[in-house]
Structure formats: C-alpha cells, structure tokens
Ligand binder design. Sequence first.
Ligand code: FE2
Length: 250
Amino acid sequence: MKKTIVLMASVAMIATACKNKEEVYEVDVPSREQADAPFELGSPSDVKAEKGSFQMLGLNYEYNGLEPHMDALTVATHYGKHHLGYCNKLNETVAGTDLENLSIEEVLAKLDVNNATLRNNAGGYYNHNLFWEILGAKKGGNPTGKIAEKINAQFGSFDNFKAEFKKAGTGVFGSGWVWLVVKDDQSLAITTTANQDNPLMSNATIKGTPIIGLDVWEHAYYLKHKNKRADYIDAFFDLLDWGKINEKLQ
Ligand SMILES: [Fe+2]
C-alpha cells in the first residue's frame, strides 16, 4: 500500500483540534490499480461464526452461482455480513443461558418477544438459513411434486400463487419477510412479518412452518434492483429450488 503524507492545515480543524499547530497524518491511499481491481468476495465456506452453538450452514452455490438473477456482491454481502452478524449476535445473546443448546426452532417458539435482541437475532439467523437453502443455481420454473399439487389445489394455479405472493411482498412496508407456511391443519398460507419476525414466533398473526421465505429488506436487492422490489421478487422465483421446498414440506 502506497504511503502518502497528507498535510492537513485546515484552519478550522486546526483551530479547534490542534490549537493553531499544523498536524501531519500518514494515511494509506490505494493505488489506481488497487482501486480498479475486482473486489475479492471470497467463498461462502470461509464464513464462520465467531463462537457459539449456532453455526453458519454454508451455501449450496458460490457467490456468483445465482447470477444473473442475484448478483455475487449482493449474495456475498448478504450472507457474509448481514447473516453472519445475526448468527454472531444470537450466539452472544444465548451464551450461558438455557437457550444455548436448543435448536433454533425451539428458541423461536420459546423466546419472549419483548426481548428485542434475542427476537431480532434468532429470527435473522433462522430466516436467512431458510432463504439461502431454498435457492439454487439453474432452478426456478414450475413447482414439482407434492408442493405443485398443494399449490394448484389451494391457489388454483402456480400463476395465481405467484401473483398473490408477489402482491404480499410488494405490500410489506419497510423491512420484513414474505412466507409460504404449512399450518397445523396442513393447509398452505401466504403471510408476512415485519423486521426479522417469522411465523414460528408466538406473536405471529398466521402461525405455521415456513417452507418458502423471501427477504424483502433492501439489503437483499438494492445493489442490483435499486428500489424495484417487484423485479427482485420475479428474480427470486427464477431461483427457487422446488426439490428443497418439497423436502421442507415433508
Ligand atoms: Fe437479509
């Protein structure tokens, strides 16, 4: 890294901070070549929880594996920064408590929704695990197997289901999630939650086991789609791994 001496002689700054003395700072400035070099994204397998019982589960694809529907920088940032942040804070929050050795589903079912730190980070950890699990390279298309039958029976057609899911997603005000859940009576329901809440929490309007989760926080789509959340939802459907969703349905 090229070292450059920068002479800071700003009258205002020095007047307040340096009592009329000049101050010299040595700072690292990237060369032109470094600035132009591609950002090193690394690999999902490098992303590890700092410590604790909840671990990062990895991805079934590399960061660029979901292109062109989801760009590598978004996936790398979303998984390696946002998701990892929830995982680390969840571990910190449950350390030394009875929750430490429970499954994440048990933590979600038991947690006190007035405990905002636990609620946000346990939700963030679980929600993102599901989000990444049900996406895949060269997936999308029409549903298959049991989930196809259930969607057709309940929504009339896959197109109807997509339209309803998309409407729910574009209708979330601010940050949140859209879900397809299986309720206790085995019927399907589309529902939404705010922030990092989910349908396993005691405060959920519609409770059920999520089999599809769509993150509609801006961090999930803003780099590629800017404010066009509807385009991001279309791209999400091009990535859905119906085989995995059928496994979740079992
Ligand atoms: Fe997210």
